[in-house]
Write a protein that binds this ligand. Structure first.
Ligand code: S3P
Length: 431
């Protein structure tokens, strides 16, 4: 097994323009191109395992994808049945959104994923889709992949979701576009809204009123997308925390989406005392700009509202909690248990290994700020756990095992990390 040793860093001041492109927007740009007539043009598509799996599936569904290494163009003449099994890799977003997209497509489709994805819950999309007529099946009555889908006609719906999940919302919006009447989808708290923004930008009839989204079925194909994918705030946030926990350090993270549903973790770090400013540069589909983060002593906070706005960043935000004065509290975050790993237990176990006092709840945990100690932490195959404990290593040194998962979202993570500290890679078993 491979592992990395990260050494404590000293103060730094950096501008970073190469943060990995946004994963959520990259998945959607590839999939939504299949709903357009004409050629969609995507710049800065995330070339990481998760999103390349989605792009491969889009090709398998008959789209013509041309990639010159910089720009990707996608032209589709309707979704076609594939002779191949569609492999979503590690990507929950890929699998759940394809369920919505393929439920009404002509043909039979099989979706699968890696060993981690095949353990993740799918009923949150398969159940509401079945309720409107989708012919979906899978292990444990469509809870677990592989999933099979036979395209069918879908009924109009008014669905009130119990979870604030952009994946569920997006799957249902994609289904609604081909349902037999106007549909509404209501969520308990606003989750990330890229699907609504992008599809509206392509001409879909979608109205958002607070937590309720009204979707009219497509009368014709949509206009093609022309998009430059912004940098991913959840990837940028690793380096935001790096600056926030390193005395006298600062970083400017360039070209990030400033969508409020995505920068909840930056807002939380601000509440902890870090010096953060936002500089809006452009606004097409999404507000995009630079985020500057400067070190300041951190204090504990409670995080219990709008959890989906920072759900992906909670693991590395917890490293900031460990460096803050006082006890930070995370509640209403039960969704963490069904991410790439059970992130409540992977975060808690990792912090305990680093000598930090924590308490674990069903829906969250507390972290008492203290002195992080060097340890060996296993990522459990979860990219965000691997990168979070590597960032902790900037304070105290750290060994982190099982690193390949980082390629699912942030292939140039180590290249950027090496601007901050010394990193040594090993390829043998140390456990
Ligand atoms: C995503 C939504 C979130 C997030 C995931 C990406 C998306 O998941 O955690 O990394 O692109 O829609 P949920 O919708 O399950 O909360």
């Amino acid at each position: 097994m491979s592992y990395v040793e990260v050494f404590p860093c000293s103060e730094f001041s950096l501008n970073v323009s190469e943060i990995a492109p946004d994963k959520s927007i990259s998945h959607r740009s590839a999939m939504f191109s299949m709903l357009a007539s004409g050629t969609s043009t995507i710049n800065n598509f995330l070339r990481a395992e998760d999103t390349l799996s989605t792009l491969e599936i889009v090709k398998n569904l008959g789209a013509v994808v041309v990639d010159d290494g910089v720009t990707i163009t996608i032209e589709s003449d309707g979704i076609k049945e594939s002779e191949n099994i569609l492999d979503c890799g590690n990507a929950g977003t890929g699998m759940r959104l394809f369920c919505g997209l393929l439920s009404s497509a002509n043909g039979h489709f099989i979706l699968t994923g890696d060993e981690y994805l095949r353990r993740r819950p799918m009923k949150r999309v398969t159940a509401p889709l079945r309720d409107i007529g989708a012919k979906l099946d899978g292990r444990k009555d469509a809870e677990l992949a592989p999933l099979s889908i036979r395209g069918a006609s879908l009924k109009a719906f008014n669905y009130e979701s119990k979870i604030a999940s952009a994946q569920v919302k997006s799957a249902m919006i994609l289904a609604a576009l081909r349902a037999d009447g106007t549909c509404t989808y209501t969520e308990p708290e606003l989750s990330r809204d890229h699907t609504e923004r992008m599809l509206k930008g392509m001409g879909a009839d979608i109205e958002v009123d607070g937590l309720k989204t009204t979707i009219s079925p497509m009368k014709e194909l949509l206009s093609p997308l022309t998009i430059r994918v912004p940098a991913d705030p959840s990837s940028a946030f690793f380096f935001a925390v790096a600056a926030a926990i390193t005395p006298n350090s600062s970083i400017v993270l360039e070209g990030i989406t400033l969508n409020e549903t995505r920068i909840g973790a930056f807002r939380a770090l601000e509440r902890m005392g870090a010096n953060i400013s936002y500089d809006l540069i452009s606004d097409k589909y999404e507000p995009i700009g630079n985020i500057s983060v400067k070190y300041a002593p951190l204090k504990a906070i409670t995080v219990e509202e709008n959890i989906s706005w920072l759900i992906d960043e909670l693991p590395v935000l917890s490293i900031a909690f460990a460096c803050a004065e006082g006890t930070s509290i995370v509640r209403n975050a039960q969704e963490l248990r069904v991410k790439e790993s059970d992130r409540i237990s992977t975060v808690v176990n990792g912090l305990v290994a680093c000598g930090i006092e924590v308490s674990e709840y069903k829906d969250g945990y507390t972290v008492k700020g203290g002195s992080l100690k060097s340890a060996t932490v296993d990522s459990d195959g979860d990219h965000r756990i691997a990168m979070s404990f590597i960032i902790a290593g900037l304070r105290c040194g750290m060994k982190v095992t099982d690193l390949d998962c980082i390629n699912t979202s942030f292939p140039n993570f180590f290249e950027l990390l090496q601007r901050v500290t010394k990193v040594r890679f090993y390829r043998k078993n140390i456990l």
